[in-house]
Design a protein around this ligand. Sequence first.
Ligand code: KG4
Ligand code: ZN
Length: 344
Amino acid sequence: MKKEPIIIGIESSCDDTGVSIIKNRNILSNIILHQEIHKKYGGVVPELASRLHDVNITKAVNKAIFSAKIRRHEIDAVAFTLGPGLIGPLLVGASFAKSFSIGLGVPLLTVNHVQAHILSHFIQDANLNKDYCPKFPFLGLIVSGGHTQIIKVNDFFKMKILGSTLDDSVGEAFDKIARMLGFYYPGGPMIEYFSQNGNNKKFTFSKPTVSGLDFSFSGFKSDVLQFIKNESRKDSFFIKKNLSDICASIQKIISEILLDKVKKAILKTGIFRIALSGGVSANHEIRRAFMALSKGNKKYEVFILKKKYTTDNGAMIAIVGSLKYKRNLFDSVHVSPYSKFKTF
Ligand code: KG4
Ligand code: ZN
């Protein structure tokens, strides 16, 4: 019988160094080294991120091999994020992955970061029901710091973008509003934390009016920032007094914006299977709103990820690597990372 391939996946497109080892689609290890330094800058500083990836990458790889209980020479291929993302951090991951594949004498597999977020639904770990992954076709909603897109997924490598943000991503909106409220980066989890027990109807903000399936978060974000500025001018304790209500209201409106667009995409495509991915899909209100859709009507099937697979991680890179390996979709060491989204 043919041996199941063991793939190492390396993710370094932003500020997390993620390394995972998988056998077929099963996770053997999944290591993430976070970079705390960006907290105080209110966002990721690319130069610092590159330097820290350089420091962390060997540690993360060694830890991943150790906790997978395998030996280096058992690895069948090296998969890594080629883009999109921050170019410095991507170059660190690419250089490491290329050298590692040459050193081990195994093939190299490049991975599109957005595709990896979508295909993270096919990761299998010990605590997951094997059948809990979407059947094709499905609608992928990717909501992260870098991307906000609705994608029609016909097959593993047949994807079509139906709508994208015209300006800021939803994660950027969360992070910039959070910064105004005095939170550290990344702000999304902080807004979620402080929204607990808040009144989500206390403040209303106008929703963007973008036709079709595209999104826009820049105007919404500016409205919120302007509102907070104006109110804080009248009462310097405005934020402090209303923090939970502000956070809960923002979260509710963002989840409504996302849900409205997905409902439009469902009407347009007749596809009732929806799979959420990306860091923002860790948000409990967004998860609740989408799950309510499937609870209210059995026609809908909604897939959400375990929280650790929503934000950037090596497992999603390894899973795409594994799928590519089986299709012999190997790459040469001459590939070059790219920062902007190109195509699937
Ligand atoms: O997918 P990700 O780790 O990186 C990118 O590919 O961008 O997403 C990071 C984004 C950040 O904007 C962060 O604030 C947001 O995901 N995020 C959240 C939550 N957890 C992470 N936003 C809202 N609620 C959360 N619980
Ligand atoms: Zn990401």
